[in-house]
Design a protein around this ligand. Structure first.
Ligand SMILES: *Cc1c(COP(=O)(O)O)cnc(C)c1O
Length: 609
């Protein structure tokens, strides 16, 4: 894996220079520089960085490829996009999306009442709001209120019951009627791990019989003029473009049929989301078999063909891609707290005045190992280790001898790996895997990478520095939750190698990339670890600015957020401690001050890193 697969997953958003990973944009700050600046203010624990320029880049890419495809195909409809809020509702993500999206009239999609309220509050008046998901009468009434307030809103019905409620509300009040969309239940299913949204057995959408009934209901209520959109969504992280094309043919024909049936205000097709993101670090194009170029061209071309065949006006095209827009904008940075096999450090050797003969030999092998003899000496060392373990079992050597032997052999293997790192033998590669290093990271996988825990979704990971030296330690990553699922194990099929650093002398940081979609709201407070401290970094020609700091919740606030009375907890701790007997008044005051400080800090670890 060259450069941690940067060429595969980073879309040229990052580059490696001077041994560090840098933003490939304007003044090109390094991630390490940014993190060090944040940490200079005593911030500890994991840090989430948001880069608004990467959201802008994705929005621009989406619009410009569709514009290009429409021009190339002489397509008469317009292109519109909305951001599905469920992918990231965090305030500073939304701020970046709405600010960067404004020149494009980029809209928002809501799937629940809370998301609808958010969309109504945060969208620029006039941009599109689309509403999907199951709705009750209140949510539908909210939609009417949005229309009344002047929003350009479309309520997409998931079933006939919702349409009946819309008609009911329209007849009960004199509020402005929102646009109405119909989600169609496709007979073609999606692809990828999230494909449950499309297909005959899908959770959402109207069958063809129900669509015909919907038209009748609307016509009878004299509301057919409000039907404006056909919608489908075949699932997230689409790996293959073929199912999308099938779905487009189906939805395109439904659109054309409905127009022929008299739905003359129907002029939008909403193709949902699903554009995939490359998360892979090892092989090219395993996450998806298409580019944004092919995606946009196929959509525009196919819809154009269908409308030509049926002699129907080209519909405007809506997309609701979320993952594609925001995944790249956020990077999670975690300090490494500990490397477990540093227990085998040479400084822990403790020889006796007289050592057993095999130990003496190991000392010599360790001293004299070089490039020419290293394989031979390695074999000798492994043989000696076997013999020494047998001698220990039989009671001939003691625990100190055994510890010395383990440290020496460990060192010999490590030296051999370094000496042969340019072209390791199969045997060395096997040893490397066996000698896995466990890196303890100051973060929670449950909180920050829940899709790894729930779905086995891999996220690109790499160190922020040391990138001009070859990493040689086969790495597994352990988080600080006390749950054995909080581990990203070493996978020999897709190996991760990291550097051997002495954490007593320097810090070592790992970055997890493409974590901007879905992870934040899905993240859970297992062990009461909360959302990491987050910062927005805007970069210009000469420098960069860190803003929108939101530090991870303090320990008392975490407890408060699950329903405890933080004053009560605070007072109890203080009163228990202060009524105990201290040796001096000063010690008492210092201890109480320390406790106050601890309660104000976030729940991640502070010592070492
Ligand atoms: C989740 C969802 C999306 C977003 O999907 P992405 O894969 O993130 O692009 C779009 N539309 C609907 C209806 C959704 O439910």
């Amino acid at each position: 894996m060259k450069n941690f697969g940067l060429d595969i997953w980073s879309n040229k958003n990052f580059i490696i220079e001077d041994g560090q990973i840098k933003l490939n944009y304007k003044s090109m700050p390094s991630l390490l520089q940014i993190v060090e600046e944040i940490r200079s203010n005593e911030v500890r624990g994991p840090v989430l960085l948001r880069f608004p320029h990467l959201i802008k880049r994705q929005i621009k890419t989406l619009y410009s490829y569709f514009d290009k495809a429409m021009q190339a195909n002489n397509y008469k409809g317009k292109f519109n996009a909305v951001f599905p809020l469920k992918v990231n509702q965090f305030p500073h993500a939304i701020e970046a999306i709405t600010t960067q999206g404004e020149p494009y009239n980029y809209g928002l999609e809501a799937g629940s009442k809370a998301e609808l309220i958010l969309a109504m509050s945060k969208i620029t008046m006039g941009s599109n709001i689309t509403v999907n998901g199951f709705k009750d009468k209140e949510m539908i009434t909210l939609g009417f209120m949005a229309a009344q307030s002047g929003h350009n809103i479309t309520l997409t019905i998931e079933g006939l019951g919702e349409l009946e409620t819309i008609i009911e509300v329209a007849q009960e009040c004199k509020l402005k009627i929102p646009n109405i969309g119909i989600r169609v239940r496709l007979h073609s299913a999606g692809s990828g791990a999230w494909a449950k949204s499309g297909g005959m057995d899908a959770k959402f959408g109207l069958t063809s019989t129900e669509i015909i009934e919907a038209i009748t209901l609307l016509r009878d209520a004299d509301m057919l003029e409000h039907l404006s959109m056909i919608h489908f969504h075949i699932g997230s992280q689409m790996s293959d473009i073929a199912p999308l094309k099938k779905a487009l043919r189906e939805a395109g024909n439904i659109y054309a049929e409905l127009r022929k049936m008299g739905a003359l205000k129907l002029d939008n097709i909403n193709i949902g989301g699903g554009l995939a993101v490359e998360y892979d670090q090892h092989t090219h194009s395993t996450s998806r078999n298409y580019s944004i170029d092919e995606f946009s061209s196929s959509v525009v071309f196919l819809l154009g063909e269908i409308m030509k065949a049926k002699n129907v006006k080209h519909p405007n095209i809506f997309t609701e891609s979320g993952r594609f827009i925001v995944a790249s904008h956020a990077v999670l940075i975690t300090p490494v707290l500990e490397l477990f096999t540093q227990d085998y450090h040479e400084k822990l050797l403790n020889f006796k005045t007289v050592n057993p003969p095999l130990i003496k030999e190991l000392i010599e092998l360790n001293k004299l190992l070089n490039n020419a003899n290293c394989i031979e000496y390695l074999h000798d060392a492994l043989d000696h280790m076997e013999s020494l373990l047998t001698l220990f079992d039989l009671g001939y050597i003691d625990l100190q001898d055994r510890s010395n032997a383990e440290i020496l052999v460990h060192n010999i293997i490590k030296k051999a790996l370094y000496l042969k790192s340019a072209n390791p033998t199969d045997e060395l590669e096997q040893l490397q895997i066996k000698l896995q290093e466990r890196y303890l990271i100051n973060a929670s996988i449950f909180q920050s990478l829940p899709d790894y825990w729930g779905l086995g979704q891999h996220f690109p990971v790499m160190p922020l520095h040391h990138l001009n030296t070859t990493p040689l330690r086969a790495a597994s990553l352990w988080d600080i939750t006390c749950d054995s699922d909080g581990e990203i194990g070493f996978n020999p099929e897709k190996p991760l190698y990291l550097h051997d650093v002495n954490l007593d002398e320097e810090e070592y940081f790992l970055g997890f990339f493409n974590v901007g979609a879905y992870q934040e709201t899905l993240g859970m407070n297992h062990n009461l670890f909360t959302h990491p401290s987050e910062y927005t970094v805007s970069i210009d020609e000469n420098s960069y600015e860190i803003k929108n700091a939101v530090e991870s919740k303090s320990i008392l606030n975490i407890l408060e957020s699950i329903g405890y009375d933080s004053n009560e907890l605070h007072n109890k701790l203080i009163s228990d401690l202060s009524s105990s007997k201290f040796s001096t008044e000063k010690e008492k005051n210092d201890t109480l001050a320390k406790l106050e400080l601890f309660l104000e800090q976030n729940g991640y670890l502070r010592t070492t890193n």
